[in-house]
Design a protein around this ligand. Structure first.
Ligand code: HEM
Length: 411
């Protein structure tokens, strides 16, 4: 497997699954940005990696030359199978206009400010329930016991599916995104998601509810119902796009607060800066990279791109570009000017950004209210996942238990 082959030259042979890159890609981007701002690699098919804000956003806006028909950062081995069940992939993310335009429009109302506001109370109650299971223990895995548990349940609620299956959903989503270079795991995740949603669709044809899945199934576009494969793809996308991404953002933010005492104490003391802090943490630890496929031979930024080449939409590197952000590698919790692209840019900009922001804010507010002092467990190791979505997968932290808080001792 290519996963572990060492990288000798990041400009011409990069590997986004290189363990060092997954752990700390920031220095590599800085170097590429100054020396070779659009790197290239043939490891998983001919692929380009832009690192400058200007290039990433220009490509995101040029949907004619950079198509979304293949958005997987880790491609299928060889040619992607033509899929009889999901012929359009996961719209709107895997589509270009005109299909993109109306499939996106169907989803947007479910993630409006007003609708997201209505999910806040259940999100807050969920965070409190989770915290109650370990706040007195003095130690927890902030990723596995907390961050990972939140988005999957919120999304299950919106889709109207059983949140008792949260761990199963998380497993399928991880198979598809995090273990995408293992064909068997990826296929298992796809099979799991498709099988589950096909059964749910059949159930809702007979007994519709008030949820997103029922709405998709009973929606009409130009007087006709939405094709089942589109309903299936869109429902699966909401789960895939809403779980690893937000969980990674919550986890990275908690990692930052566990490792930066001043920032953690400031956020506790000044809750009024939370809205800025959420944006800044999203900027600094942007979890999501997406791909595009080049539609025709062209030259971009001096690079000879060929039809069929992949381009990785390196939103995380764009967010660390010193041409756009002052002191880009420093987290400034109340950064006032912050035009980050953690949610993408252009027509595919994240449809769930209001929801993601609410979940991140509420998750941090509740954690800090229950556990204001915490740090990494010096006896355990943090592990990170990378590729399409970067974030901590194990985040062992220690903190004073309530009785010991007055003295401030951890465990
Ligand atoms: C911190 C969490 C999140 C981040 C960083 C994030 C990031 C992104 C990015 C970068 C894109 C653009 C993809 C592209 O250009 O190809 C995107 C698209 C999308 N996201 Fe998110 N996302 C997050 C959470 C969510 C949530 C919670 C949902 C819904 C439950 C969601 C649903 C979507 C959808 C449906 C699209 C496709 C939009 C389109 O193609 O028009 N995302 N997201």
């Amino acid at each position: 497997m290519t996963r572990t082959a060492a990288v000798a030259d990041w400009t011409s042979d990069f590997d986004v699954l290189d363990p060092g890159y997954v752990l700390d890609p920031f220095g590599i981007w800085d170097e590429l940005r100054t020396r070779f701002p659009i790197a290239h690699s043939d490891r998983r098919g001919s692929t380009w990696l832009p690192t400058r804000y200007e290039d990433v956003t220009a490509i995101a806006h040029d949907v004619e030359h950079f198509s979304s028909l293949q958005v997987a950062v880790i491609p299928f081995d060889g040619t992607p199978p033509s899929d009889p069940v999901l012929p359009y992939g996961l719209p709107p993310i895997s589509s270009d206009p005109p299909l993109h335009t109306w499939t996106r429009r169907l989803l947007l109302p479910w993630f409006s400010h007003a609708r997201v506001g209505s999910y806040e109370a259940m999100t807050r109650a969920l965070c409190r329930r989770l915290l109650a299971t370990f706040a007195d223990a003095g130690a927890a895995d902030a990723a596995g016991h907390y961050a990972q548990q939140i988005p999957v349940r919120v999304v299950a609620h919106i889709l109207g599916v059983d949140d008792a299956l949260a761990d199963t959903f998380t497993g399928w989503v991880r198979d598809v995104l995090e273990f995408a270079d293992d064909p068997e795991r990826r296929a298992r995740g796809v099979r799991g998601l498709v099988g589950y949603f096909l059964a749910e669709i059949a159930r809702r044809r007979i007994d519709p509810g008030e949820d997103l899945l029922s709405m998709l199934l009973h929606a009409e576009v130009d007087g006709a119902p939405v094709e089942e494969s589109l309903v299936l793809g869109t429902a699966a996308l909401v789960l895939i796009a809403g779980v690893d991404t937000t969980w990674s953002a919550i986890g990275s933010s908690l990692w930052h607060l566990a490792t930066h005492d001043e920032d953690r104490r400031r956020l506790v003391a000044e809750p009024g800066i939370m809205a800025f802090a959420v944006e800044e943490l999203l900027r600094a630890y942007s979890p999501v990279t997406m791909a595009r496929v080049v539609t025709a031979d062209l030259e971009f930024g001096g690079c000879p791109m060929k039809a069929g080449d992949k381009v990785l939409m390196n939103f995380p590197a764009a967010n660390r570009d010193p041409a756009v952000f002052e002191r880009p590698d420093t987290v400034v919790l109340d950064r006032a000017v912050n035009r980050h692209v953690a949610f993408g840019s252009g027509i595919h900009r994240c449809a769930g950004s209001n929801l993601a922001r609410m979940e991140l804010r509420v998750a941090l507010e509740e954690w800090l209210a229950a556990i204001p002092e915490f740090r990494l467990d010096p006896a355990a190791q943090v592990t990170w996942a990378g590729g399409q979505v970067r974030g901590p997968r194990e985040l062992p932290v220690v903190f004073p238990v309530p009785g010991a808080r007055a003295t401030g001792t951890a465990r």
